[in-house]
Write a protein that binds this ligand. Structure first.
Ligand SMILES: [Zn+2]
Length: 371
């Protein structure tokens, strides 16, 4: 394959001319010929190591700084919790998110992490000794309150992705929030699911304008469909797993219907999957996960599926998954399952990078046009 053919291949993966200019293409090209170069991995959803606000901190083995470094990621998300209403003080979700952001920013001053501010800050190969590139995110748009100005503030602090809904019921959170509804509280057939609120529409619009990635993980089906219908940039579900294609209703839980995925795909976005063990649907091993990926590929192609570990996917998780280091085992399973280097690269990070690059580029256009 010559350079031109390789570039054509990349373009088919959705890396538009604008996004390509942000990518170190030569290094990706070299990987075809030097397989010892690492497949670029970007974890689309993970928590902040040692986050005191996490529900299941004890359930995150293998998500220390050292483990992240050893897994040789090109970048990892660090999502601060934005909807825990048990923290002290008024407006606690906002204060809590700011405290989480401050922790990560402190690590940046200590050169432990480097906060990714634009797509080109993500290297094509992992930096083994330098600071870990971190995509700063907020899981739970409750932290925005009803103040759009906070989006500008969060962006200024380095936040590049927000999970609109998180749904921490029983932790002082109602699940639903001023933006939209939570998928565990509303089945896909719930006639009372009013979806995205008026304020939620404004949030999506402002995030598009800023170049923040809109994450519909945890969002109810109607909320997802509303976001997909109004967004001007691709969206992601940063951590989920797929129901079988024949399923037409999601009763509860965190899995996505194919019709949900289609709405995300139609925006040019990515459905990122995680190591959740799903006894009901026989998603028990890495091989099962790979079969799910291949089934998704047969419906939508490989451009629209990605990887978000959720720092282990909560519990239960696939037993072979012992930490972020297991991403290498998933790669091997994908290889054994017949997936090629570009397909694995797309899943492991390039598809998510494409979305990030598109969001960044669209924001520039919207700002230029004052749209
Ligand atoms: Zn989550």
């Amino acid at each position: 394959m010559n350079r031109r053919e390789f570039l054509a291949k990349l373009v088919r993966y959705g890396l538009s001319a604008g996004a390509l200019s942000a990518l170190p293409v030569e290094r990706l090209f070299a990987q075809e010929f030097y397989p010892q170069l690492t497949i670029p991995i970007i974890d689309a959803h993970a928590h902040v190591p040692g986050d005191p606000y996490l529900i299941h901190t004890d359930d995150m083995p293998g998500y220390t700084f050292e483990a992240i470094r050893n897994a040789k990621l090109c970048a990892t998300t660090m999502a601060v919790i934005g909807d825990d209403k048990t923290a002290v003080g008024a407006d606690s979700t906002y204060m809590q998110a700011k405290a989480g952001i401050a922790r990560v920013r402190l690590w940046e001053t200590e050169k432990r992490v480097k906060i990714v501010r634009r797509p080109s800050d993500i290297p094509s190969q992992p930096n083994i000794t330098g600071p870990i590139p971190v995509i700063l995110a907020i899981e739970g748009g409750d932290a925005i309150g009803t103040d759009l100005g906070r989006l500008d503030e969060f962006y200024g602090l380095g936040v590049r992705m927000i999970t609109l809904v998180h749904g921490r019921a029983g932790e002082g959170g109602s699940g639903d929030n001023p933006i939209g509804n939570d998928m565990r509280r509303h089945s896909s057939a719930d006639g009372n699911d009013e979806g995205l609120t008026e304020f939620g529409y404004q949030v999506v619009r402002r995030m598009n304008r800023l170049g923040m990635i809109v994450d519909v993980a945890h969002a109810s089906t109607q909320t997802l469909l509303d976001v997909a219908s109004c967004t001007r940039a691709p969206i992601v579900d940063s951590h989920t797993s797929m129901l079988p294609p024949e399923a037409t209703v999601r009763e509860h839980g965190r899995q996505r219907l194919y019709s949900d995925a289609e709405a995300i795909v139609d925006t040019g976005g990515v459905v990122c999957t995680y190591p959740y063990r799903d006894d009901a649907y026989g998603r028990l091993t890495l091989e099962d996960w790979v079969e799910e990926i291949k089934l998704f590929r047969s419906h939508f192609g490989m451009r629209y599926i990605g990887f978000g570990s959720d720092s282990g996917g909560g519990v239960p998780r696939i037993p072979e998954w012992t930490g972020i280091g297991s991403v290498k085992d998933l790669q091997h399973a994908m290889r054994s399952g017949g997936l090629g280097t570009l397909e694995i690269s797309g899943f492991m990070g390039l598809n998510f990078l494409r979305v990030f690059a598109r969001c960044h580029a669209i924001a520039q256009v919207l700002t230029y046009l004052k749209a």
